[in-house]
Design a protein around this ligand. Sequence first.
Ligand SMILES: Cc1cc2nc3c(=O)[nH]c(=O)nc-3n(C[C@H](O)[C@H](O)[C@H](O)COP(=O)(O)OP(=O)(O)OC[C@H]3O[C@@H](n4cnc5c(N)ncnc54)[C@H](O)[C@@H]3O)c2cc1C
Ligand code: SF4
Length: 551
Amino acid sequence: MGESTRQYDFDYIVVGSGFGGSVSALRLSEKGYRVAVMEMGRRWTPDNLPKTSWSLNRWFWRPSLALRGFFSMRYFRHVTILHGCAVGGGSITYACTMLRPPDKVWDNGSWKGLADWKAEMPQHYDTASRMLGVVENRILGPADKLLQRVSNDLGIGNTFYRTSVAILQSPEGMPGGTTVPDPYFGGEGPERTTCKGCGGCMMGCRHGAKNTLDLNYLYLAEKRGAKIFAETRVVDVRALGGVADGSAGYEVHTVNSLARFNRNARCFTCRGVVISASSLGTMELLFNLKDKGSLPAVSKQLGRYVRTNSESLIGVRVPRSPDDLSKGVAIGSGVYIDEHTHIEAVRYPDKSDTMGMLATILTGGRPGPGRVALWLKNLMVSLALHPFRTVRILQPLKWARESVILLCMQALDGHIDMKWERHLYWPFRKFLVSRGRRVPTFIPAANEFAQKFASVAGGTAMSMLPEILFDVPGTAHCLGGCVIAGSPDEGVIDHRNRVFGYSNMYVCDGSVVAANLGVNPSLTITALAERAMSYIPLASEAKWDDVAKVR
Ligand SMILES: Cc1cc2nc3c(=O)[nH]c(=O)nc-3n(C[C@H](O)[C@H](O)[C@H](O)COP(=O)(O)OP(=O)(O)OC[C@H]3O[C@@H](n4cnc5c(N)ncnc54)[C@H](O)[C@@H]3O)c2cc1C
Ligand code: SF4
C-alpha cells in the first residue's frame, strides 16, 4: 500500500498544460493520484476563439497590455520565440503537424547512450499518435499542390510528402463539417466535427476538428478527477518542512495571471511536482527559483543547449491569385530540398493578415548592415520598376489568401544558451537572455527554392523583415535548456525526466529535448512524457522516494 498523502492538497502538481503537462496529468490521474494542473493561460472553446488575427486581444498573450489570447512572441538577441499559452498549451495555436524524427537524433546530444531509445521510443510514439489522432493529411489545398508542382519541376518530386496531422478528417474527397460521436476513445471523449480545410488551425480551430489537448489528454484527465486551474501562474516552488531535497513534499505558490492588482496569491502543498511549462517557461521558472533560493540545487547546466530547429521563415505572395491559398490545413505538405533541409507549406486562414505586416521582398546577402543595405536596394529597384505591384505585395490586406509561407527546417546541430541576467537598460530585476553563436538567419538553398516557387506561381518571393533588420531568426520550436543527461554536470534531468538534486520532481516538456530534431517537435515531446510517466508506480504502490540516478 502506498504512503498516505492525505495531509497534502494534491499528490502531484503539474505546472503547465501543454503536451508534456497533459500527458502527465492523464497518466498520473489514471494511476490513482490526486492531480492539479496550474496553467497561466485561459481556456478556449470554439465560441470564444478569435475569428481572425486582427482580434489582437484574443490572439496575442501579453496580459500587461490587456492582450489575453493564446499566442505569444518573445524577443531575444539570438532568436524570436513563438509559443502558445492556454489550457492545452501550444496545441491551441499549433499547426498540428506530427512528425517522427529520424532515428539518428538518439545518437546525438547528452541523451546519447542513456537508454536504448531506438528500441523504447517507437511504442511511446505509437501511444502518442493514437491519443492525438494522427493521420496522413487528406486535404491538399492549392498551396500544397503548388509545392508539389515546384518540387516536380526541380526534380525532387519524390521527396514530396503529405504531413501527418492531428486532425479529424473525412475520407479523401468527402466534404468536412460532419459532427460525429467521440471517434477516438470508445465514447469516453467529446463529440467532434470533421475538418473543413479552412486553414485556420493556428488561429485555434473553431470547428472542433483539430485534436487539441483539451479534447483528448486533458479531457480524459479531468474525467478522472484532475483539477485544472486556468489563469493561474506558478511563481514559486519550495521544499516543504525544511527538507531541502523535497522528499517531504513541496509548496507551490500561484497568482492570477491576468490580474495586475489583487493577484489572489495562493499556496498549495503536494508530494511531487511535474514542471511542464515549455522550454522557455520552464527555464524562466527554474532560473528564478534557483536564483532566489527556492530550488538552489537545480543544475548549473540550466539554460544550456537551447535549440531552435535551425528554422527560417520565407514565403511567396501571389497578388490576385486565382486560388485561395489559405485553404487546406495549416501545414498540409512538405518536401526535402536536400538531406538535411526540408520545407513545409504553411498558411493562415482567410482575413488573418496581420503576419503580412512582417513580410518583405526576399533578400539574401551576409547578415548585418550589408544585408539591410541590400534589402533597401532591392526595395528601391522593385518600387522603381513595378511601383503598383510592390505596394500591392507589401500591404497586408488579402495577405493570407494570396500567400504561402515556406517553413524551412534543418536537422543540423547547433545551439545557443540562455542565462538569467540583468539588462543594462533595466537593472532592477533579472531576465532570460540569450548567449552564444548567432543562429543563421537565412538558408541560401531555401531562398533559391522560394524564388523558383514564386516563378512557378507567378508571385513574389518574400523574407521576414525582423530577420533582415535585426539578424534574428524566428522559431516556433524552441527546445532544450533543461536537457536529459547522465549527470548534473551535463544536464538538468536524468533519462527518466527526474530533476537532479530533488525527490519526486520531474520535467516533462520541450526543454528536455537534447538534440536538434529537424522536424516539428510536439509528437516527440508527447512520446517522451509518455515514457517518463510509464515509470511512475501506481498510487497504491508509491514510496515517494524517486530520485535522479547519476550515470
Ligand atoms: C504558431 C505555432 C505553430 C506550431 N506548429 C507546430 C506544429 O505544427 N507541430 C509541432 O510539433 N509543433 C508546433 N508548434 C510548437 C509546439 O506548439 C510546441 O513545441 C509545444 O507546444 C511544446 O510543448 P510543451 O509541452 O513543451 O509546452 P507548451 O505546449 O508550450 O505548454 C506549456 C504551457 O505552460 C504554461 N506555463 C508556462 N509557464 C507557466 C507558469 N509559470 N505557471 C503556469 N503555467 C505556465 C504555458 O502557458 C503553456 O500553456 C507550433 C508553435 C506555434 C507557436
Ligand atoms: S483546417 Fe480549419 S477545420 Fe481543419 S483543423 Fe484546421 S482550423 Fe479546424
